[in-house]
Design a binder for this molecule. Structure first.
Ligand code: NAD
Ligand code: G6P
Ligand code: MN
Length: 441
């Protein structure tokens, strides 16, 4: 089997060590010749790369390893870019969450005003990475999970229509693991699903085992009673705030008991509840900085200090194995069935053809083939039309540098109660994002 060269863009990410360990655990499925880390923040990347270099030396010394901030070095002679950058880093995530909350509006990384602010930062950065890849390795594929994925995906569709990009999210995967555990299956891989929606905005309509037996009724029943809370605490996202999110899925599902929902819909359907249960002084960004970020950087620091990873508490990010599945699908034409964020183009029959939707696709060497999900009901269609317009308006606001369109986008969001509040939030976000957003007029 050919050995592949991979660039991890956002080398300094908290997820990088878990992904490297996961890649090392899957070398027989996806052989690797070299791994390169690329980040804009040299110091941040140094800690993660220093530890990963030691891990690689101990576990797979044949794999060549490079860390760099130079695009040419990073993007030359590669097969895949795995992109998980955070434009503006945690300092700006904190602003995305706290500014809307100050105005009594949900403050969330990818939903509502926070997601729009993050989108206005991410679009230019992700497009730049795509351009580096196309310049230095035109045959490579770009696997993007940088957020806000819905807005980034729309930007790549509109502004880089020919580029070889796959946009993917791990939330459905995480939820499917919980579903599997809820009904006593070993793994989500025992299930085949039908699903439609936008990123962080969708519904499962069918879940079967490999023999074709319908599993949805049992899963629906579990969600109606417990949301996605299961007894298995070992599954990812174990923090208290995630547990609350999984529990709240019960109330989200009540709106359409024939389906089971993506957890992120709670921000759109219960925004008042979310605000009432938020602390404007301490949001998820603070939790992550105190939790995952300090753990990962602490462990990496210890590995560097000890010169070995033998006793490290860093663990394989098992659930990130979908990234290997995706790369394998492209490399070996496996036709794996996966949920991807793709141009609708008829997959949802009664929905805008140019919308970026999340649906099951068969992935092979030529990219994804979306599977038709048919017509969707009026309730979901109404919600999705409003949300997709918001996402398209943000991309238009970015490319046209239009204040007006961004104000329209904020006003159109279900999460924002009025045009006045939209404008007040926009003013604050614009100030906080100076230097990150294009100058709007
Ligand atoms: P992080 O801040 O720890 O890491 C991001 C890294 O990106 C930082 O080291 C930063 O310096 C770097 N960076 C920022 N802008 C860059 C640029 N233009 N070029 C190169 N590097 C750049 O963040 P994290 O919590 O590890 O998350 C990383 C990203 O992955 C975020 O976008 C997050 O939302 C996303 N994510 C997505 C999914 C999904 O379902 N799609 C799942 C998990 C995480
Ligand atoms: C899920 C979503 C991602 C999001 C992440 C946030 O995995 O699919 O898009 O980035 O949650 O997790 P965090 O722990 O950073 O709040
Ligand atoms: Mn996601």
């Amino acid at each position: 089997m050919k050995k592949h060269s991979i660039t991890i863009a956002g080398g300094g990410s908290t997820f990088t060590p878990g992904i490297v360990l996961m890649l090392l655990d899957n070398l027989e499925k996806l052989p690797i010749d070299q791994i390169k880390f690329f980040d804009k923040d040299k110091e941040r990347q140094q800690t993660i790369a220093g530890a990963c270099r030691i891990i690689l030396n101990e576990k797979a010394p044949d794999i060549r390893f490079t860390e760099t901030t130079d695009p040419e070095e990073a993007f030359t002679d590669i097969d895949f870019v795995m992109a998980h950058i955070r434009s503006g880093k945690y300092a700006m995530r904190e602003q995305d969450e706290k500014i809307p909350l100050k105005h009594g509006v949900v403050g969330q990384e990818t939903c509502g005003p926070g997601g729009m602010a993050y989108g206005m930062r991410s679009i230019g950065d992700v497009l730049q990475l795509v351009d580096y890849m196309e310049t230095y390795s035109p045959d490579a594929w770009f696997l993007n999970y940088s957020n806000p994925a819905a807005i980034v995906a729309e930007a790549t569709r509109k502004l880089r229509p020919e580029a070889k990009i796959l946009n993917i999210c791990d939330m459905p995967i995480g939820i499917e693991e919980l579903m599997a555990s809820a009904i006593g299956l070993e793994s989500r891989k025992e299930m085949e699903v039908d699903y439609y929606g936008l990123n962080h905005f969708g519904w499962w309509t069918g879940i079967r085992d490999k023999e074709g037996n319908d599993l949805l009724p049992r899963i629906r029943e579990h969600v109606a009673r417990f949301g996605y809370v299961t007894e298995d605490q070992s599954l990812q996202h174990a923090d208290e705030s995630w547990n609350n999110t999984f529990a709240k899925a019960k109330d989200v599902q009540a709106l359409d008991p024939s389906t089971v929902p993506n957890t992120y819909l709670k921000y759109y359907l219960y925004p008042d509840y979310e605000v009432a249960h938020s602390n404007p002084e301490k949001t998820r960004a603070n939790e992550v900085m105190e939790g995952r970020e300090s753990f990962v950087f602490g462990e990496c620091g210890k590995i560097i200090e000890n010169g070995t990873a033998v006793d490290s508490a860093l663990h394989i990010d098992e659930h990130a194995s979908y990234i290997v599945d995706l790369a394998r699908a492209i490399a070996y034409n496996t036709k794996e069935r996966m949920l991807l964020i793709v141009e609708n183009n008829g997959a949802i029959k009664n929905f805008e053809p140019t919308a970026m939707v999340e649906v099951p696709c068969l992935v092979g060497s030529n990219g994804p083939e979306p599977l038709v999900q048919g017509e969707i009901p009026r309730f979901q269609k109404g919600l999705m039309e409003q949300q997709v317009a918001v996402e398209k308006l943000v991309v238009e606001a970015w490319s046209e540098k239009s204040y007006q369109k961004l104000w329209q986008a904020l006003t159109l969001s279900r999460i924002v109660p009025s045009a006045q509040i939209a404008k007040d939030i926009l003013e604050d976000l614009q100030k906080a994002n100076k230097g990150y957003w294009p100058e709007l007029s």
